[in-house]
Design a protein around this ligand. Structure first.
Ligand code: NIG
Ligand code: FE
Length: 412
């Protein structure tokens, strides 16, 4: 189905460069051949409409760019609701990991899952994301760790990218944990990734980015530096899970190596924040994870923005530290946990998230010439979406100029 014209929108958040979210009140957006061709205040000029024009009346509604989720662990087997009682007893995330739970338990479930099972489970998650307004998503591997399972997960993501309306940007994250077969031999695992897995992933075009979990008891800053340098030499763009729980100067490392983004950053230092600003590293903040890990602490979004860091937001969708596909829930956590304004929040899930995926030239804002990835929310303004929380406000989703969700349902 071809969309042509969205009219009467109460709010249009263009999410263009600069201060604020580029708000237009009472306006229109025109789309042709998968691209945005015009937008503005008031009524669309008469010559845009023709006999075959399809009109979406967005009276009382809010129009935004398609949401971009720049940090997820999409493809994995199993679930971890059984960790809930431990969490409630106060056992920490890193303690659960040390006990062989956490990431390593999902590694077991992912290794035994067939491709078909992983496809079906991940497709279901993508459907949920699309229904909640996400049109582009980053997907990290890192629940296989061995060669076959990492490749299996990356191939599943590639197949889904080709067959699902959502665009998937893949990241190789073998450095998510040291697998049991390499316990006590982190160096051996690093050599295995660098010499065996990374070249195969690049040669077969299975991931554009790579990521490392730089954390106490996982990969040290020194190990992370080596893995990232080797990755960069092989042509990967860099991401890093930095300063999530223990401050380890991960943000500084992201700046030093010119990473595209650094993620989590709850414990990032002042020097790390400045290093990121100077190197143009996008901060990907994950307030849903702060909430779900019961850390009682959120990343310092305000400080980062004041120091000139571009702040993006993501779900971190994964089975252990943030099991939700819903970016609208993250809007509320970002507002109440990090005191971000609704305009900063929508920018964090559109233009700034596009920067975190190195795609700001194509997606992330409503601008003439950009891809027509557009969401119509049944909410009169951005504030309402953040305020009326825990429900899905999506009415219509347009991907590449095609309606893919209508009246809150996926069109087949
Ligand atoms: O981003 N921090 C590391 N990785 C994930 C959690 C993975 C898991 O617990 O399964 C995260 O929070
Ligand atoms: Fe993560």
């Amino acid at each position: 189905m071809k969309v042509d014209l969205i009219i009467n929108a109460s709010t249009i958040a263009c999410c263009t460069e600069g201060e604020g979210a580029g708000i237009i009140r009472e306006g229109y957006v025109a789309v042709k051949d998968g691209k945005i061709t015009a937008l503005g205040e008031g009524n669309a000029p008469g010559d845009i409409k023709g006999p075959g024009t399809r009109i979406i009346d967005a009276s009382g509604k809010t129009v935004t760019p398609g949401l971009i989720d720049p940090h997820t662990h999409l493809v994995h087997g199993g679930s971890r609701e059984k960790e809930l009682p431990l969490k409630l007893k106060g056992v920490s995330y890193l303690e659960i990991l040390k006990m062989g739970g956490g990431i390593l338990s999902t590694v077991k479930s992912t290794r035994v899952a067939s491709r078909e099972e992983l496809m079906a489970k991940s497709r279901k998650s993508l459907d949920r994301m699309l229904l909640h307004g996400t049109t582009t998503v980053e997907a990290k591997s890192g629940y296989g760790l061995d060669f076959d399972t990492e490749i299996k997960c990356l191939e599943v993501a590639a197949k889904l990218n080709a067959s699902h309306p959502i665009d998937i940007v893949s990241t190789y994250m073998g450095a998510h944990a040291v697998p049991e077969e390499f316990r006590g031999n982190t160096q051996g695992y690093i050599d295995f990734m660098v010499k065996k897995v990374m070249p195969y992933v690049r040669e077969n075009n299975l991931a554009e980015f790579m990521d490392v979990f730089c954390e106490e008891g996982v990969f040290s800053p020194e190990e992370s530096r080596v893995i990232m340098q080797k990755g960069k030499e092989q042509g990967f763009k860099l991401k890093i899970h930095a300063d999530e729980i223990i401050p380890l100067q991960g943000a500084e490392l992201a700046g030093e190596l010119g990473a595209v983004s650094a993620e989590h950053l709850l414990a990032a230092s002042e020097a790390g924040i400045i290093a990121m600003a100077e190197a143009g590293v996008t901060a990907v903040l994950l307030p849903g994870t702060s909430f779900y890990l019961m850390l009682g602490k959120y990343a310092q979004a305000r400080k980062m923005m004041d120091r000139g860091v571009r702040v993006a937001l993501a779900t971190d969708y994964n089975p252990g530290s943030c099991p939700t596909e819903n970016l609208q829930a993250i809007m509320t956590f970002a507002c109440f946990g990090m005191k971000m304004t609704p305009e900063e929040i929508i920018k964090g899930m559109t233009l700034n998230a596009a920067y975190a995926l190195d795609r700001a030239g194509e997606i992330g804002s409503l601008q003439v010439g950009k891809k027509a990835d557009i969401v119509v929310f049944d909410a009169p303004n951005l504030e309402y979406m953040v305020y009326h929380f825990g429900i899905n406000h999506v009415d219509t989703v347009i991907k590449n100029g095609k309606i893919v969700v209508e009246n809150g349902r996926i069109l087949q």
